[in-house]
Design a protein around this ligand. Structure first.
Ligand code: AMP
Ligand code: MG
Length: 493
């Protein structure tokens, strides 16, 4: 563990691919002095950095692009993507830069990426900046997802400055430093397919295999097919985790789909509060393409775009078979996760009785506009005998229907012979008490816009332990108050 940023040693494997995979670009620092709004020791540890780095005077200058450390090689990556179903031939890092890649003592590779660092050749007329509002959302949510056990990019620090950035109104700029083993996306492959640069597709696939999929034998003649199958499997698992926790990504374009199956690019995401399968978190998504219940099928569409881009490397039949395996894998993961949320073992994921209990409960929640997170958490505290506690019952309008459901659920639990105490512990580990509700993020944003960053820290602490009771933070589990009922989050960021 080092307390100094200057001790980082860079491997820069992706940068070494050179053009056209990425292009050297110097960050554009803020004109106003940068300051550290938040620093995340948990992410620093991934780079073998000591928490004392928070006080390193280089922290704000390096992670606002004002100073490069020896060994850093800032580059913007090229990619394309299907946005809302339409192919856009050139996207790329329009406001992000890869600063460098570090290999930690455990042998893991971590790319360090700066988001909001100014224009690049891929900015397409944009200013290359990110506003404080969206930077806080990405910063908080990536760490909240990690704590929930959901694969995601990580966030190292949040840097702000009194730098005006024009959106619908004048806002202030900020930069998030994020970490991922690689930021390669489905769109990184698509760009070469549509340009008919299949050698580059192969180079990229070889890079991803060599550095990120060591479990696939380099000499395996079917290695590209294996890569695709593995990406399908990881994506199926990721989406099942999103659905189980009630997370809507909001912009599932192929350029926002990670080749590692990570949650990537936090924009207008939302944690569903009132249970509604048609929940649309992105105010700009007028047709609900990315509505909550559509996420699995959109993931499959995105995977089929990746399959097409990788067709020069694998047989059509193999690609087809891998795509056909998406839905069964998704259903198996989702079933297992929901079985655990209901107090059963994951092996009961495909049990028709458990599936029926799940579907009926969701229907009751929908009819009552019940809070998704609170209902499941309350269920963890319901014993196999006795009256149904108000914490659960009061969330439903049709209470007799709920009572009938509880009776069926209890009967099935008795058949599975689980004792209340052990089941309660297991259910609390499967049903978070705390998720990043929109209004919680909004409150932290509004305070930060007034120069008070304490709520960011409060949320980081609470959301780092989403499954723990945390009595001192009990109010963070509350549903949206009236002022936040119609909060709108759009693509503007
Ligand atoms: P996103 O919807 O944030 O995933 O962004 C889609 C594409 O637009 C990516 O290529 C981004 O780099 C680019 N982009 C978004 N905002 C800006 C901006 N303010 N300046 C330049 N490029 C941007
Ligand atoms: Mg993006």
């Amino acid at each position: 563990m080092s307390p100094h940023l200057a001790s980082l040693r860079y491997t820069n494997a992706y940068a070494a691919l050179g053009e056209p995979f990425s292009t050297p670009v110097a960050p554009t620092p803020f004109t106003a002095p940068p300051r550290v709004l938040h620093f995340n020791p948990a992410a620093a540890a991934l780079l073998d950095l000591d928490p004392a780095v928070a006080a390193d005077p280089q922290l704000p200058t390096v992670f606002s692009g004002a100073q490069a450390l020896p060994g850093m090689a800032p580059r913007a990556a090229l990619y394309a993507g299907h946005q809302f179903g339409v192919y856009v031939p050139q996207l790329g890092d329009g406001r992000a830069l890869l600063l460098g890649e570090v290999r930690n003592e455990a042998g893991e590779r971590w790319e360090i990426q700066l988001k909001g660092s100014g224009p690049t050749p891929y900015s397409r007329g944009g200013d290359g900046r990110a506003v404080l509002r969206s930077s806080i959302r990405e910063y908080l949510c990536s760490e909240a997802m990690h704590a929930l056990g959901i694969p995601t990019t990580r966030a190292l620090c949040l840097i702000g400055a009194d730098e005006p950035v024009v959106r619908e109104r004048v806002e202030t700029g900020a930069m998030v430093t994020r970490l991922a083993p690689t930021h390669v996306r489905f769109g990184s492959f698509e760009v070469f397919y549509y340009r008919e640069q299949h050698d580059h597709t192969r180079t990229l696939a070889d890079f991803v295999l060599a550095h990120h999929y060591p479990e696939i034998e380099p000499g395996d003649p079917a290695r590209y097919q294996r890569l695709f199958e593995t990406v399908v499997g990881r994506t199926a698992r990721l989406i099942a985790q999103w659905q189980a926790v009630g997370f809507a990504h909001g912009v599932m374009n192929t350029d926002n789909m990670s080749i590692l199956g990570l949650t990537l690019d936090y924009g207008p995401f939302g944690f569903m509060e009132v249970y509604d399968p048609g929940y649309i978190c992105n105010h700009s998504d007028h047709h609900g393409r990315y509505a909550f219940e559509r996420q699995p099928q959109i993931a499959l569409f995105n995977l089929s775009c990746l399959a097409q881009a990788m067709l020069p490397l694998m047989e059509f039949d193999a690609a087809k078979a891998a795509l056909d395996a998406f839905d069964p894998q998704y259903q198996a993961h989702y079933g297992a996760l929901m079985a655990r949320k209901l107090g059963f073992d994951s092996e009961h994921g495909a049990d028709p009785a458990v599936t029926a209990l799940r579907e009926t409960l969701l229907q009751l929640m929908r009819a009552s506009r019940a809070d998704y997170t609170r209902v499941f958490r309350a269920l963890a505290g319901v014993a196999c005998e006795g009256p149904v506690p108000p914490a659960l019952r009061d969330q439903f309008i049709d209470r007799e229907a709920l009572d009938r459901w509880v009776a069926d659920w209890r009967a099935r639990l008795r058949a599975a012979a689980r004792n209340d105490a052990a089941r309660g512990v297991a259910m609390r580990a499967a049903n978070p008490r705390y998720v990043l509700r929109n209004y919680l993020a909004q409150r932290a944003i509004e305070q930060a816009e007034r120069g008070d960053y304490r709520e960011i820290d409060n949320l980081m602490r609470v959301l780092a332990r989403p499954y723990d009771e945390q009595p001192e933070a009990a109010h963070y589990d509350a549903p949206a108050p009236d002022w936040a009922q119609n909060l709108q989050v759009s693509c503007s960021s």
